[in-house]
Structure formats: C-alpha cells, structure tokens
Design a protein around this ligand. Structure first.
Ligand code: ZN
Length: 249
C-alpha cells in the first residue's frame, strides 16, 4: 500500500467538489468529503448514459444524507450536472450504446469509456475554479478493479499536474478509495457514518450496469448478475462475513 502520492488533506475551511455518480463508491466519497470540508458541492455528468436511474440515485443519496446527517447537511452545497453528451457520442461503449458487456481484445471490459475520468476531471476542475473549491474528490480505485487505466493514481497525479499547470491553480485530486478493496469501502462507510450510512448507501445508491433497481438485496438494488453488481455483492458479503467492522484508522 502506498499513500505517499496521495495529496495531504486540506484545511477544514476549504471547499471540495465531489465527482458524484450516485453509485456506492462516490456516495462514500461524498460522506468522506463532508467529514473533512466546510463546503462540499457535487458534480455529475450526463454523457448519454442509458440509465437515467443513476441520475435519480444521485438526488436520492443527497436528500437522504441531508435528512439523516444534520451536521453534514449544513456543509452540503449545490449539485451540478454537466452535459457532456458529445463525449459520450465519441466514446460509444457498452454504457452508452446497446452493446453486451464483455471483455474486449485490449483486455478491458466493454464498459470502459476511453479517457472518461480525464474528461470528467477537466470539467470538474473548470467548475471548481468558478466555485472556489480546492479539492476534487473521486472514487477512482486501483484495487479490486477491472483495470481501467484512467483510475490509476499515477494517472491522477499526471492529471493533477496538468490541470494545475494549465489552469494556474493548486487543485488536489483526492481519491480516498484508491487503495481500498470493495469490502474496505463498506468499512470506510461505517467509519464515516456508522450503520446508518451503510444502510443509506445500500438502499439509495445505484451501481448496476443494467440500470435495474429491482429487488433490494442485502447489498443493495440491482440485477445481481452484471459485473458491477457482482463486485458490489462480493465486497459487501466479504465485509459482512468479517464482522462488519469499521475501517481501522
Ligand atoms: Zn447489475
């Protein structure tokens, strides 16, 4: 585990912008940021996703956090949704077109949208500049993952340098989940907000690639069969079987 490349947390008076999709990972990131920053805004991207259910989950998670965590509610600022559908059209993949989810000849899942996080971060940094936020918080993760090259911390470090040079700012790209397994992400949720936050994330966040809410499983809503559901289920069950501990600090 290497934490040396993760930028230091900022002053509590700072503002953060969370890249927020309404999924499990970015919901934990939102709670993480609310615990650390005086003002936290969220940004989501409409790049032509097949499932607007993700967009609904974003609002449900935000509303539930505001209702059930009053000390976070006062820090939770505006939500922004940016239309980047032209990027979705260029980067057509299984997430944005009617294609099966499978491994491609490059050894990447067909759900990979080339350079997606680079685009997200560029838009987020431009927005953060206008909103006075110093930290960009995202759920990118190298562990337990499908090998998306734009989720690597090295990519984030390079992107942070590029953004700061190109915008003459000192943004920090913070990735609290970078070295955590999916089980540890549930543990982090418990550390941040107890079983109440775990329950909120189970019920309100959305991860399923098929855009299915369907039945409520112990680990959340979803089809239970796509790679995203499998990953979420496996992580939850691993954490549950290990005694639902909070993350050791
Ligand atoms: Zn699914």
């Amino acid at each position: 585990m290497s934490t040396s490349q993760v930028p230091a947390a900022g002053s509590p008076s700072d503002a953060a912008l969370v890249l927020f999709s309404g999924g499990q990972d970015s919901s934990v990131c939102l709670a993480w940021a609310l615990e650390r920053y005086a003002r936290v805004e969220t940004v989501g991207f409409d790049y032509g996703q097949r499932h607007s259910i993700e967009m609904q989950a974003r609002q449900s998670v935000r509303a539930a956090i505001a209702e059930r965590f009053p000390h976070w509610a006062e820090r939770l600022g505006e939500d922004h949704v940016l239309d980047i559908r032209s990027f979705g059209a260029v980067a057509e993949s299984a997430l944005t077109a009617d294609r099966a989810i499978e491994m491609t000849e490059r050894g990447l899942p067909s759900t990979f949208v080339p350079g997606r996080n680079l685009v997200f971060l560029t838009y987020a940094a431009a927005l953060a500049d206008r909103r006075g936020a110093v930290a960009l918080v995202g759920g990118m993760c190298e562990t337990d993952f499908s090998g998306y090259p734009d989720c690597r911390r090295d990519t984030m470090d390079a992107m942070q340098s590029a953004l700061n040079l190109g915008m003459d700012r000192a943004f920090r790209i913070e990735t609290p989940l970078m070295w955590l397994t999916k089980a540890q992400t549930w543990a982090l949720a418990k550390t941040l907000g107890g079983e109440d936050l775990v329950d909120l994330i189970v019920v309100e966040s959305h991860t399923c690639y098929q855009g299915e809410r369907g039945q409520l499983h112990p680990w959340g809503h979803g089809c239970g069969e796509c790679p995203a559901c499998e990953l979420r289920q496996r992580g939850y069950e691993e954490w549950d079987a290990a005694g639902r501990e909070a993350l050791a600090e």
